[in-house]
Design a binder for this molecule. Structure first.
Ligand SMILES: Nc1ncnc2c1ncn2[C@@H]1O[C@H](COP(=O)(O)OP(=O)(O)O)[C@@H](O)[C@H]1O
Ligand SMILES: [Mg+2]
Length: 319
């Protein structure tokens, strides 16, 4: 089988070049002897997949994608348009949805990730109080929680649209979920997810009392990201065919040194059955171990700035 090529989004201003966000990956790929093609991301989002893949040569064979997140339905159109041109995206549309959306991976990771419930979206409106009360009850009915959709949170609006201090306070649940749905607008993916909040290590409050931070000053970018909003310091692990091909920091805190315990994760990743995925891991504040905060499709997970991705890209084109 020929070596896979990688498809990157084209620069909207210069369609013959990779989008500036992915240019360094494309350059590194070329240095490693790999080949890339370009896709028009805006056309994909607009539901024009044939137009989007116009620059991918016919008969391109096995393909990986490294680009912006796509809704699962758009990814399915993308995969079908490539198939029609003799290309083969190595992550199938069902595989993409399984890793990309929480309900797709939750069943496999249950027990290793915070308990979660979800309410499928019914056209844009926020779930009502009765549905939310029922969902909160399924989650145990009390204690703090996190709100997100099947794919993303609004972690930057932590108090307004992400963190629920007490599930038993139904008006607070309704307020945070309502604001989350309003801010997500047409970009709400799938539905609303409620997750039990767990206390993770944050910058400067490692369980052993030592800071796990780098030498950033108090105003450094990492501290800004991990600050008073309660967000954890995470490791992002990149898995190809069940093996960790890159273990590094999360893009939100790219200079953080992380050493996650991976004892239990490989079996879960293999059971999920997707070839190329990421897992974001956080360490419990009480030191009782690592938890899977999130699973993602490796094709659309962001790579931390400045990380050495040569092993990852070399593995992709050797797979
Ligand atoms: N169940 C949870 N308990 C504690 N913190 C959480 C929980 N879920 C998410 N977080 C925090 O919120 C952040 C955003 O949640 P995440 O599920 O990773 O959404 P996103 O896709 O927006 O990154 C995480 O990086 C973590 O710091
Ligand atoms: Mg995340």
């Amino acid at each position: 089988m020929p070596a896979p090529s990688i498809i990157f989004p084209a620069d909207p201003l210069n369609p013959r070049r990779p989008d500036p966000h992915f240019a360094w990956e494309a350059r590194l790929l070329r240095e490693l002897g790999g080949e890339h093609h370009l896709v028009d991301h805006d056309a994909l989002l607009a539901g024009l997949p044939d137009e989007a893949v116009r620059r991918v040569p016919p008969g391109s064979g096995p393909l990986w994608y490294r680009g912006w997140m796509l809704p699962s339905a758009r990814y399915a159109e993308f995969a079908a348009a490539l198939t029609a041109r003799g290309g083969n995206l190595l992550t199938s549309a069902p595989g993409y949805a399984a890793a990309h959306e929480l309900p797709g991976w939750y069943g496999v990771f249950e027990g290793a990730t915070p308990p979660s419930v979800w309410i499928p979206s019914t056209g844009g409106a926020a779930p009502g109080p009765r549905e939310l009360a029922e969902a909160a009850a399924r989650l145990g009915g009390s204690g703090p929680a996190i709100v997100k959709d099947y794919v993303k949170s609004r972690k930057h609006e932590w108090h307004e649209a992400c963190y629920v201090p007490e599930l038993a306070d139904l008006s607070a649940v309704c307020r945070v979920v309502g604001r989350f749905v309003e801010l997500q607008g047409e970009f709400l993916a799938g539905g609303v997810v409620l997750r039990r909040y767990e206390e993770f290590e944050r910058a400067g409050c490692a369980a052993d009392g030592k800071s796990n931070g780098t030498s950033d000053g108090p105003d450094g970018p990492d501290d800004a990201a991990d600050g008073p909003d309660g967000r954890a310091v995470e490791a992002r692990v990149w898995w190809l065919d069940g093996r960790p091909v890159l273990v590094g920091p999360h893009p939100d805190s790219p200079r953080r040194h992380v050493e996650p315990d991976l004892t239990e994760v490989p079996a879960l990743v293999r059971r999920l059955g997707c070839r190329f995925v990421t897992t974001d891991l956080a360490s419990r504040a009480d030191g009782s171990g690592w938890r899977v905060v999130e699973v993602g499709d490796g094709q659309v997970s962001d790579l931390p700035h400045g990380i050495d991705a040569s092993g990852l890209l070399a593995s992709l084109i050797a797979s």
